[in-house]
Write a protein that binds this ligand. Structure first.
Ligand code: HEC
Length: 254
């Protein structure tokens, strides 16, 4: 008896049709979406990832985010992807980032044997491939993603942009907060909730409150933190002051 198996050549056609049907009209994609079975997968390494988290020769099985965007072809007003994560982290990357840096999404993360894995380092994970050179930034390390949602940046940040900040230094602080902290510490209901609300925990108008904030910050996010959440890594001292100025201003206006 002879069985006829579908030949490999016919697979891409079949794949394409299925993919279009899968993506039509959707505004969000969950990590269990069938699109991940259908997209082409590759094993790659990422120097960006290894250097950022101090690993050597980790490998990941990835799909291309640009390919995913082709399937979902989000409405052209949508210029970013919100990344909702299992641990309350909320990442956001612009569609320009996806295109400019050919960002990938890891379905499997393989660390060398004997390497400690922080609890949050689970797929889906944003991965920078070796041919791309983005600036070193928190948003390119988003892990544990359970949902990708297409959004508009102006809508997402609207309640932060409507804050009446009086000086450019505080404005600079807002940008730093967006790029480094908002993913875990929400403000005005924007952002993630992996960490506590900083404005309700600290009285940032008093010197005592500010000192307390600094002390706790370095304890949690200093270089030696064993959960690898050494956010201090991304900030210079001057930037940290601008960030404090921003937090001071919104506390004073509340
Ligand atoms: C990856 C997620 C994450 C990022 C990014 C992050 N934090 Fe945190 N942060 C936490 C967690 C988790 C804690 C510990 C739980 C808590 O107390 O909020 C914490 C704690 C803190 C604390 C101490 C809070 C307390 O009650 O003792 C401060 C202050 C703080 N973060 C400030 C910042 C600032 C400023 C930034 C940006 C430069 C930042 N964090 C970025 C997750 C994060």
């Amino acid at each position: 008896m002879v069985f006829f198996l579908p030949s490999c050549e016919s697979f891409p056609v079949f794949n394409d049709t299925l993919l279009r049907q899968a993506g039509k009209g959707s505004k969000s994609v969950t990590s269990r979406d069938s699109v991940f079975d259908l997209l082409e997968k590759k094993w790659i390494s990422s120097t960006y990832f290894d250097q950022g988290l101090k690993y050597e020769s980790s490998r990941m099985k990835v799909v291309s985010l640009s390919e995913l965007l082709k399937v979902y072809s989000p409405d052209e007003n949508m210029d970013a992807i919100l990344l909702n994560c299992a641990d309350g982290y909320q990442g956001i990357i612009s569609i320009n980032d996806v295109r400019n840096y050919d960002l990938q999404l890891a379905l499997i993360i393989e660390l060398p044997q004997g390497t400690a894995r922080p609890y949050w380092l689970q797929p889906l994970l944003i991965v920078v491939p070796n041919h791309a050179k983005p600036p070193f930034s928190e948003r390119f390390f988003t892990a544990n993603i359970t949902e990708l949602r297409f959004v508009r940046l102006v809508d997402y940040y609207s309640s932060l942009y409507s804050l009446d900040l009086r000086n450019a230094y505080a404005q600079f602080g807002l940008e730093l907060f967006k790029d480094n902290c908002l993913f875990c510490h929400s403000i005005n209901k924007v952002g993630g909730n992996k960490g506590t609300s900083l404005l309700s925990t600290f009285d940032l108008i008093s010197d005592e409150g500010i000192n307390n904030f600094k002390e706790k910050f370095f304890k949690m996010h200093g270089r030696d933190n064993n959960t690898t959440q050494n956010t201090g890594l991304f900030l210079t001292d001057d930037q940290f002051d601008a960030l404090l100025e921003f937090l001071y201003e919104i506390s004073a206006n509340h």
